[in-house]
Design a protein around this ligand. Structure first.
Ligand code: MET
Ligand SMILES: [Zn+2]
Length: 778
């Protein structure tokens, strides 16, 4: 047994933006110069104090390292960059306080492009990508970790510092621009490990008894290394880190907990247990236990002297845990002789704070839910059961049994009519006319070569937001609000005509968010008041809750699209969000396969497309920006995913007549991996992000012999910079060299809702001129 074992209950991390998004407000005020750095630091410290106190109140022991220090001013990967002092050379001029440098890396400034952001594993959270080359300096800077540890100690809490582990850190990094060809950041693992060792020794000197090092790279097949190689890298790094003493002799370290959230680590688990660390966490929601190793005792032998933190409480969704099932898993482990701690599958950073804050949710629905605070309490209950026996928690288990039974039987959860419609949908409903027939039928649309268009949204101005909030608050009536939106749509249509775009959009002014807008109009969804979840930095989204069978009581977009089309001779694209993206950016029911839920959403969208077409719309775009994000990290699960995700898109769009042109939009550029799936969507035209990578996507498309319409973005909408005519012409040419002109569309990378009008008009004007230049062969 370890010298000072972890108590029976812990979590991997907790939301850090604050119950009322206090951190967002403080950080943004600091950026705007309204508060000082000292004030920001003070607010952050108060938030951390509140979190620790809350966690203890909810049942995590104050002693023994059960309370994680998972706070971050912006992002946990960026925190590791600072802890390693791994500031890319291109930021050399950007010196300041630690926090100043930190925010410059995150957000850039006049002289510096920010670090790139990308999605964290299969979540909708974005991290700042480290840039490493052969010369990146590494030096231990544990200041932030030490501050937190000292704060906790002062409050009488023995907390557990948290840091992204060395292997995951380097595998999530990219080679900096100046690195030699073939350089991989992970080449520097030994040096980085040495710096981690120094950080650990500083933590031990400051009295830390535990440290948590997150290694989700262990569960992913989507990184540069194979899983087997990742495991070997982890073994190499932790052999070094584990060699230090936990008993205080130099070199000293705290006890180490390695975590493997977001997926299945079962194949690696016995080897992880054998590492010279004191605890290993496994995600037992996404993952499983290695049944054979459990049965033959080898898991228990590998874990002799090592605790297993069993991630049985789901940190990715908002449903109350089936405590009886979770307890059975814990019992299996304990009976097999594995020293077990109850934990969450991953950090609770992906769920909102507290169900109790929701005043407007239906009471019955509310009783089925668990946000972060409720999940911590569930962990505590299970831990009590583990320590004191099943009988001690029987009442809690029975209560959850009742809640789950109530949920299963509640009206709206299963609607026969919807289920039989889904069951009746067959292959024929997922197949349109042949590509050729459609191309022929769509000639009537009169679309030119290198047709210009946008992705859908136009700038969401202050006036739009003001009008929406006035309407929500009842300050203006529906008629006034709709009049405002019509005027806005008319303005956007005229503007596009003046700029000379070929295929127009209505601008999406009526949408607060591309998923929530539909969730509010579909049956089967609920929206929260305070269910904010960090998306990146100071940004948060409020995912809707998909709790029941989904249907469409009335048309959702027809009014706006038809109005826009009535104003112009040019085609206006109808604009819908696809089933996969609606699921990915909501909290989804966990009582049936995702594919079943996706089919219901697809049928609702299919009805909407039919109504749009009846109203005279000839082109419909169904956005699927999350198609790549939901791709399972585990290769073995990818085929099944692609099957249902592609199938649901085809069910949504499969009823469209050949002369209706179906578009889709994806926004990421790591495209090679899913190119077959994109082909499988069978959309007539696909727009995709490409400007930032300077058209990297056209190469795989060309090699693939892609035959459909494709619009690789020529204008990076992530920054206010206006790309010139020459620059966009150049990008179109790069694409035209690989893709025939009649297939090629010209469009920005993504929607324009976060942009201002001046830059939008200038950039789109240049885009149209660039398309003309290439058409003219100039
Ligand atoms: C994140 S993809 C966004 C697509 C949407 N139609 C828009 O233009 O905003
Ligand atoms: Zn997009």
């Amino acid at each position: 047994m370890t010298a000072a074992p972890l108590p029976h209950a812990t979590i991997l991390g907790y939301p850090r933006i604050g119950r009322r998004r206090e951190l967002k407000r403080a950080v943004e005020s600091f950026w705007a110069g309204r508060i000082t750095e000292a004030q920001l630091i003070e607010t952050a410290s108060e938030l951390r104090a509140a979190t620790r106190a809350r966690l203890v109140e909810l049942g995590l022991p104050a002693a023994g390292g059960a309370v994680p220090e998972s706070f971050s001013f912006y992002d946990q990967v960026l925190d590791a960059t600072l802890a390693l002092s791994a500031i890319p050379e291109r930021f050399a001029g950007a010196t300041g306080s630690d926090l100043g440098t930190y925010f410059t890396l995150a957000r850039g400034d006049e002289q510096h492009q920010p670090l790139e952001m990308t999605k964290w594993f299969d979540t909708n959270y974005h991290y700042s990508v480290p840039e490493i080359d052969e010369r990146t300096p590494f030096a231990a800077n544990p200041a932030q970790l030490l501050t937190q540890l000292a704060e906790a100690a002062e409050a009488g809490i023995e907390s557990r510092p948290v840091l992204v582990g060395p292997v995951t850190y380097l595998l999530l990094a990219k080679a900096a621009d100046g690195a030699a060809d073939g350089f991989d950041p992970v080449d520097r693992l030994d040096e980085v490990t040495a710096v981690y060792a120094e950080i650990l020794s500083a933590l031990a000197a400051a009295g830390a008894t535990w440290v948590q090092l997150d290694e989700p790279a262990l569960v992913s097949d989507s990184l540069r290394t194979s899983r087997e190689d990742t495991l070997a890298l982890v073994e190499r790094a932790y052999a070094v880190l584990g060699a230090a003493s936990t008993a205080g002799e130099a070199p000293a370290r705290p006890q180490i907990l390695i975590t493997a959230p977001y997926g299945d680590s079962s194949r690696a688990l016995a080897r992880l247990g054998a590492l010279p660390v004191e605890a290993v966490q496994a995600d037992l929601v996404r993952g499983t236990l290695p049944a054979a190793a459990l049965a033959d005792g080898s898991l228990a032998r590998a874990f002799a002297g090592t605790q297993l933190v069993a991630g049985v409480v789901d940190g990715r969704n908002i449903w109350r845990t089936d405590l009886r099932a979770a307890f059975a898993t814990l019992t299996t482990l304990a009976e097999a002789g594995v020293e077990t701690v109850v934990g969450t599958s991953n950090s609770l950073q992906h769920v909102p704070h507290d169900v109790a804050d929701e005043q407007k949710l239906d009471a019955r629905l509310k009783s089925w839910l668990a946000f972060a605070d409720q999940k911590v309490a569930q962990v505590a209950v299970l831990a009590r059961g583990l320590a004191e026996g099943a009988a001690s928690i029987e009442e809690d288990l029975a209560e959850v049994d009742r809640v789950l039974a109530d949920r299963a039987a509640a009206p709206g959860v299963r609607i026969d009519d919807i289920r039989s419609q889904v069951a009746a949908a067959g292959d024929a409903d997922r197949n349109r006319a042949s590509e050729e027939d459609r191309r022929e039928a769509q000639r009537g649309l009169g679309i030119p070569q290198l047709a210009t268009t946008t992705i859908g949204s136009f700038p969401q101005t202050g006036e739009i937001r003001k009008a929406r909030s006035a309407f929500v608050k009842g300050e203006i009536d529906e008629q006034a609000y709709e009049g405002f939106l019509e005027a806005e749509i008319e303005r956007v249509i005229r503007l596009q005509e003046e700029i000379g775009l070929d295929v127009l959009v209505h601008g999406e002014a009526e949408r607060n968010d591309m998923v929530q807008y539909f969730a509010e109009l579909l049956d089967g969804f609920a929206v929260t008041e305070h269910g904010w979840v960090q998306s990146y930095g100071s940004r948060a989204t409020r995912p809707s809750i998909l709790w029941g069978d989904v249907s469409r009581p009335a048309p959702m977009t027809v009014r706006w699209s038809a109005f826009a089309q009535s104003l112009t001779e040019r085609p206006v694209k109808g604009m819908l969000t696809g089933p996969v993206t609606i699921l990915a950016w909501s909290f989804v029911r966990d009582d049936q396969p995702l594919g079943d839920t996706a089919s219901q959403v697809a049928l609702a969208l299919r009805g909407e497309i039919a109504d749009l077409v009846d109203a005279g719309i000839t082109i419909v775009q169904v956005d699927e920006p999350a198609l790549r994000e939901l791709l399972p990290l585990d290769r073995e699960r990818q085929a099944a995913y692609l099957d249902w995700s592609v199938g649901s898109f085809r069910l949504a769009t499969g009823g469209a007549a050949p002369e209706v042109q179906i578009h889709t939009h994806l926004c990421y550029s790591e495209f090679g991996e899913i190119i077959d799936a994109v082909d499988g969507l069978d959309a007539d035209v696909t727009s995709i992000e490409a400007a930032r990578s300077r058209m990297d996507v056209v190469e795989p498309l060309g090699n693939h012999g892609y035959s459909r319409g494709i619009g690789p973005g020529v204008y990076d909408i992530h920054s206010p910079r206006v790309p010139g005519v020459d620059e966009q012409t150049e990008l179109i040419r790069i694409a035209a060299a690989r893709i025939p002109g009649e297939q090629l569309w010209v469009n920005p990378d993504c929607g324009l809702k976060t942009r201002g009008y001046d830059e939008t008009v200038a950039s789109l004007t240049n885009l149209v001129l660039a398309a003309k230049a290439v058409r003219a062969g100039a």
